[in-house]
Design a protein around this ligand. Structure first.
Ligand SMILES: *Cc1c(COP(=O)(O)O)cnc(C)c1O
Length: 414
């Protein structure tokens, strides 16, 4: 039976390989940290979502051990049958409070949270307005609902429709989409956006989005996966950074990045929305509960972040230093205040090969970074995406910046 499919897959896989699109995984032989072991060699990691350095933090590891000792390994159940422990309720209260929302509901990942969110809330009479560069899980979640969909040009707030010069396709700004959705007589409207877009590290124009939402009577849904724990004065997220904490209706986020780095996620929102999710969200009703170890460690993570802003302050200082020294060295960096720092190769010929070669040379120098090329990023927008962490010491940063400068000169980029 497998014959035809096998032939097809082998050919397609070879095609991927020949186009340099096959995803090869590098194997790490140590815990996730600023320093990791790859092929027996110690290297500095500059491409993890370990923004606050909590993935292997001793207090989180201890909390995970404690939770296993006191609440066991697993629950063998979904939440509503016999999968809810006291610690699950405690985490829901703590994450809702941290994010400044009324209530929260846990999922095994933020992918699940986004997959769960739209289908129970929005149907044919409703409109979802979504940024063209939103995360795959938001796109999939929206596909599962029967609502009408408007995709607006990335971070384009305007009341316009125009032709994109690079693709030749017609694109619309958010306000134009809102007008169309309103004219259609939509019952509910919701604007859905990432808080931070992972390829460029650019931040959603959340203040303008909230203004437009108010003007047209739409809800605001924000995925804070790349900002929970460190953006804003207390690390609550981009809604804190923009001072619009009371104007966002729904937040989804992951515990798999800054907030510990293991897995899990949540929807935090007005209480009736969360109650509705508990009754209707399919990945919640038909999938296992979060394991106690993850719950215990994530509670500890929130306790640490509520007590002190030391880690997010360190991350901010590291990000400022890295960005300013790399700019001064002459590298082409997309401006942002986010720890995602894309070093662009668009000014150079053969930018794809150059980016890959650069990343390989960096590894030889003991710095682990990854090159991103088409189709992960648009053609000609090849880059090395550096992610800064609070766990990087001053020496780590010095070593990485020196290596960038050394190889940048070697490859005649600077
Ligand atoms: C990483 C990410 C997710 C997925 O989070 P998981 O918990 O790993 O499933 C969802 N949304 C955005 C914006 C992300 O960056």
């Amino acid at each position: 039976m497998f014959g035809n499919l096998k032939e097809y897959l082998v050919k397609e896989l070879q095609e991927l390989e020949s186009q340099n699109l096959y995803k090869h995984e590098r194997i790490i032989e140590s815990p996730q940290s600023a320093e990791i072991i790859v092929k027996g060699k110690k290297v500095l990691n500059f491409c993890a979502n370990n923004y606050l350095g909590l993935s292997s933090h001793p207090e989180l590891i201890k909390a995970a051990h404690d939770a296993i000792d006191k609440r066991g390994f697993g629950l063998s159940s979904v939440r509503f049958i016999c999968g809810t422990q006291d610690i699950h309720k405690e985490l829901e209260e703590k994450i809702a409070k941290f994010l400044g929302m009324e209530d929260a509901i846990l999922f095994c990942s933020c992918f699940d949270a986004n997959g769960a969110l739209f289908e129970p809330l929005f149907s044919e009479e409703d409109a979802i307005l979504t940024d063209a560069l939103n995360h795959a899980s938001i796109i999939d979640g929206i596909r599962l609902s029967k609502a009408q969909r408007w995709i607006y040009n990335h971070s384009d707030m305007r009341d316009v429709e125009e032709t994109d010069p690079t693709t030749g396709k017609k694109v619309k700004g958010l306000e134009r989409c809102l007008k169309e959705a309103k004219e259609r007589g939509s019952r509910f409207m919701v604007i859905a956006t990432d808080s931070v877009f992972s390829m460029d590290g650019d931040i959603a124009k959340l203040d303008e989005i909230c203004d437009l939402a108010e003007k047209y009577g739409a809800l605001v849904m924000l995925d804070e996966s790349h900002s929970s724990g460190f953006m804003g004065k207390h690390g609550r997220g981009v809604h804190e950074l923009y001072n619009v904490m009371d104007r966002v209706d729904i937040i989804t986020t992951t515990f798999g990045k800054a907030l510990g780095g293991a897995s899990g996620g949540c929807i935090a929102a007005h209480k009736p929305i969360v109650d509705w999710m508990r009754n209707k969200a399919r990945p919640y009703l038909f999938s296992n509960t979060l394991p106690p170890a993850v719950v215990g460690a994530t509670i500890k993570c929130l306790d640490i972040l509520t007590k002190s802003t030391e880690l997010r302050d360190k991350l901010e200082a590291n990000t400022k230093r890295f960005r300013s020294e790399m700019n001064a060295a002459g590298f082409d960096i997309i401006p942002s205040e986010h720890p995602i720092t894309p070093i662009m190769f668009r000014k150079y010929e053969n930018c794809s090969e150059l980016a890959v070669k650069f990343a390989d040379r960096m590894l030889e120098e003991g710095i682990y970074v990854t090159a991103f090329s088409y189709p992960v990023v648009p053609r000609g927008k090849d880059r090395i995406r550096v992610q800064i962490s609070a766990s990087h010491s001053d020496e780590h940063l010095t070593k990485a910046i020196s290596a960038f400068i050394k190889i940048g000169k070697e490859l005649k980029m600077i």
